[in-house]
Ligand binder design. Sequence first.
Ligand code: HEM
Length: 523
Amino acid sequence: MEELLSCIKLILLAFMALLFVLKVVVLLWWRPKKIEVHFSKQGIRGPPYHFFIGNFKELMGMMLKASSQPMPLSHNILPRVLSFYHHWKKIYGATFLVWFGSTVRLTVSDPDLIREIFTSKSEFYEKNEAHPLVKQLEGDGLLSLKGEKWAHHRKIITPTFHMENLKLLIPVMAKCVVDMLDKWSAMSENGEVEIDVSEWFQTLTEDVITRTAFGSSYEDGKAVFRLQAQQMLLAADVFQKAFIPGYRFFPTKRNMNSWKLDKEIKKLLVKLINQRRENCCLTVEKGPKDLLGLMIQASNSCPSSNSNITVYDIVEECKSFFFAGKQTTSNLLTWTTILLAMHPHWQVQAREEVLRVCGARDIPTKDDVVKLKTLNMIVNESLRLYPPTIATIRRAKTDVELGDYKIPRGTELLIPILAVHHDQGLWGNDVNEFNPGRFSEGVAHAANHPVSFIPFGLGVRTCIGQNLAILQAKLALSIILHRFTFRLAPAYQHAPTVLMLLYPQHGAPIIFQTRTSLRDQGL
Ligand code: HEM
């Protein structure tokens, strides 16, 4: 009897093992091959799928090779930054299949198809599941939420980003910029100083995001974001290494540190929320609306409803804001400063405009900022050539038709924002030149197609923070232009590269000369 039982057990085990192997073969071999056939019948091809790793090896090889090579002072950055796209587009055309492991992605850079995905047929697509490490960082907030919960959060948070509310932040934003520039002036010798702007701008944008998110609880908010910055460093470290599924659950030193940080962040935020709840019962809050205040208000106003906002929701939204708002804006500031240093002619024009609009004021008012049209064009051209977010992804929720293509449910669509912005067919022969003048008639008329400029995405899930980013960039740049002239430092190496966002691989050393010192020298 016992022998019979152990024999049955063995057969069961063998059967389960067989099932497992079958499942693996179906998922990692049969299904990808079926998808390849489905698309090739529609004329869409791509580099062949390899078991389990997909095109990961070739893709990483190309990216690493490109980022290890120097490049000239040119804005033709697509071959370096999105080398795999540039390479395979030449072989397979702009719409091709690429395999990230066993996940298939279809590249879509045709503006008509992009419009379908984000606006006219957006109900058929959803955000894809981010890489687990990215997910850990971006939190369970607006960036990744879906459906009703996303709509509810977006509605609550939106008033923070209304222009009228943001304008109330101008005095504190300007103070942060002035404090930073005072430090630069103090560091200067004979009115000249070399600054790696990429580092300084990060501190600046962190300050502004902290105020937008936490308002009156600024000091405590700062501590929360410090911890989140440490978490980002840990995740960025792993991001550069090979991805092992489930690795984040292993009790490695890195993971344990990350869990500890997570705990501390939650503890701090819960304390902050409780303090704020007590305060708002005692006093009427003044000043601009902030993320924390609005979310606490929403959680107080409907405590029994299903759409109630919990402490967990607030914690996750704070993460989302920090992740989405800080480095994107500092990268925009960094690239725009580099561009103005590379193109002194535009720097002069921008400064003349600032002096004309602001007169004797060295800090623009909210009305001045609106009038800075040349600076606006410069910021747009910077976002076109060096978009901080170089790509975004959507997943088909059902089988869907995209143009003439039949897209099966679950297919991911990769929209290479950088490639759209560098498409000669859309932007003309001077596509790789810095020419802010192309935006003189507004964004809609800058290219051959209105959906050619998408640095903040498109449709309902467009960036909620774009007004803040542009306002902050224009304010900081106008104060810098008022005080300094600047040029690239000899140490500057032009090396745009991507690690989640587009950033200068070897930093951004710039030499700033105070305008007062130039006047003293009679220049
Ligand atoms: C130059 C600066 C910025 C750039 C280039 C940028 C870019 C983007 C892009 C491309 C998207 C859409 C992603 C997609 O459709 O998959 C997005 C969404 C988002 N951004 Fe920004 N962003 C910037 C600044 C900010 C700031 C300052 C904040 C907040 C303080 C912010 C918060 C968000 C959030 C929360 C979302 C998700 C919105 C939603 O899905 O409802 N961003 N951003």
